[in-house]
Design a protein around this ligand. Structure first.
Ligand SMILES: Cc1cc2nc3c(=O)[nH]c(=O)nc-3n(C[C@H](O)[C@H](O)[C@H](O)COP(=O)(O)OP(=O)(O)OC[C@H]3O[C@@H](n4cnc5c(N)ncnc54)[C@H](O)[C@@H]3O)c2cc1C
Length: 480
């Protein structure tokens, strides 16, 4: 019997587990969180005793049914609160190293998992571009604000501006309204023409994602009911405050996201939620030796074929790792990959899944076309703007190091060397370096050398004591 290890129990991973079980495999499903669901179906903390979580989340009933079916299956081992901190081995399926226990607790249990196939479904971080004042308390990512509302029922502030780009801003604003905040404005950085061109071309290609429309219409209606202004072509370009955010400066943007002088406005707030899309968590695929593909805008994702196979035999990648297309696409990809990883035969239902996966890809392309990140955003920065929050690295230091070898620049500036290890600032730092390189190339023919901001042999923080406790490592061929 095949043993499939699925890393991540969000929409993608849970679907993969369900179909792998359906195809007759043993499944070990691993997730760092206490409960399955990932970002989309983030469950309220058990202490809240929520009796109707379906009233707060789209598609909760289907999710709960799938969750119960997977977790209750006799061939499924679910490892909650379990982080994969490394993948190891150049040949065959990588060995999965996990730690079980609270993320910041001591005495976590360390073990390894060996499987016949691996499905990586670890999702994304949200992307937040820096601007002057973004390090002030009260400035958070849109995803963090959403996670707090969904998981803890906590609104990040009373007077909030939600800004960035992409349809994700709408559920965040709606959730904040539901939690009692006043949303002063929702600002979409891309201009209406760009958004219309991105979504409007070849509309029939979006038919498969029509289910998203009522969800989006619901958010839009909520915003309209609360009279929240939604402005396109405007962004938060600075935050100010004494010890915490008190006001934001917004500005009208050109197509390339450079600010139009003279259009600045200030808005009084006690919180700002900013989201510029999502960046896939690529540490584990890179550790597994999976090839990446680059989008024209420089973003990187795991390279997969139409069946979600990566370049590493036996390793599949699904969900946000392969492209940003939301929960329905992640579910379709997970379902296909789980079935194939378990050795399930080709059937008409599998061909239908392939079509859903292809439709998800087209949706991802549309999202990227309608909500790109404009190249002019570094113009919002000042020399003293923090670009790496952990190590307090300023933009000027990064620019001065732009044509150094990436490792030398990292050691010299310390960008990406703090607790987040570049998970949050890495892609931004890389983008700023290449923008500076392009500027220098134009001026003097020099160029910054790139690096892979996702190369991180230790995927999750691990204590030295836990590393040293190698003798406790349990080696399991079969799920236990
Ligand atoms: C903070 C945040 C909030 C979001 N909220 C929403 C929302 O409200 N609505 C919406 O439409 N979209 C939301 N998204 C987008 C969302 O990521 C996708 O739509 C969808 O959830 C993607 O599914 P997935 O299975 O690819 O990944 P996810 O849902 O992100 O699931 C990935 C899972 O992998 C686990 N994981 C990650 N790394 C490890 C590791 N090393 N070891 C073990 N487990 C690991 C995580 O705990 C998580 O449960 C959010 C994204 C983020 C980053």
């Amino acid at each position: 019997m095949r043993h499939v290890a699925v890393i991540g129990a969000g929409p993608g991973g849970l679907s993969a587990a369900a179909t792998a079980l359906g195809a007759g495999a043993h499944v070990t499903l691993v997730d760092a969180a206490e409960q399955p669901g990932g970002q989309y179906h983030r469950a309220p903390a058990p202490e809240f005793g929520a009796t109707r979580p379906d009233r707060l989340q789209h598609g909760w009933r289907d999710f709960a049914a799938r969750r119960d079916q997977v977790l209750g299956h006799s061939r499924c081992t679910f490892l909650p609160e379990t982080s994969v901190w490394a993948l190891e081995g150049a040949d065959g399926i990588p060995v999965v190293h996990v730690l079980t226990g609270p993320a910041d607790g001591a005495g976590r249990r360390r073990r390894t998992i060996e499987a016949d196939a691996l499905v990586l479904a670890v999702g994304a971080h949200d992307t937040m571009l820096p601007f002057p004042g973004w390090e002030l308390p009260g400035v958070v990512t849109a995803g963090a604000a959403q996670a707090l509302v969904k998981g803890e029922r906590v609104a990040i502030g009373e007077q909030v501006v939600v800004a960035g780009t992409g349809p994700f801003l709408l559920p965040v604003a709606a959730a904040l309204l539901g939690a009692g905040s006043t949303v002063r404005q929702v600002l979409e950085a891309n201009r209406p023409g760009r958004i219309a061109a991105g979504w409007g071309a070849r509309p029939w290609q979006l038919a498969a994602q029509a289910g998203k429309l009522p969800e989006l219409a619901g958010y839009a209606a909520t915003l309209a009911r609360h009279r929240v202004p939604v402005l396109a072509g405007r962004a938060v370009v600075a935050a100010r405050g004494d010890g915490r955010v008190e006001e934001v400066v917004t500005a009208r943007l050109r197509d390339d996201w450079s600010a139009v002088p003279g259009t600045e406005r200030t808005v009084a707030v006690d919180a700002v939620c900013v989201g510029h899309g999502f960046s896939p968590q690529l540490e584990l695929p890179v550790a597994a030796g999976c090839a990446l593909r680059a989008e024209p805008d420089g973003r990187r994702f795991v390279a997969v074929d139409a069946d979600l196979r990566t370049s590493r035999p036996g390793v599949y990648a699904v969900g946000e790792l392969t492209g940003i297309a939301g929960a329905p696409a992640a579910r379709a990809e997970g379902a296909l990959a789980g079935w194939l990883a378990a050795g399930g035969p080709d059937r008409p239902a599998v061909r239908a899944l392939r079509r859903r996966v292809a439709a998800g890809r087209r949706f991802a392309d549309r999202l990227a076309a309608a909500h790109p990140i404009g190249a002019g955003w570094p113009g919002w920065l000042r020399d003293d703007t923090v670009v790496c929050r952990c190590e307090d690295v300023r933009y000027r230091a990064l620019r001065l190091a732009a044509d150094q070898d990436p490792r030398v620049a990292k050691l010299g500036t310390r960008a990406g060397m703090g607790p987040c290890q570049g998970r949050i600032c890495g892609p931004t730092v890389a983008a700023l370096r290449s923008a500076e390189a392009a500027r220098r190339r134009a001026a003097a023919g020099t160029a910054a050398r790139g690096g892979n901001p996702h190369h991180r042999p230790i995927a999750q923080p691990i204590r030295l004591g836990e590393l040293a406790a190698a003798a406790d490592t349990e080696h399991s061929e079969e799920p236990s």
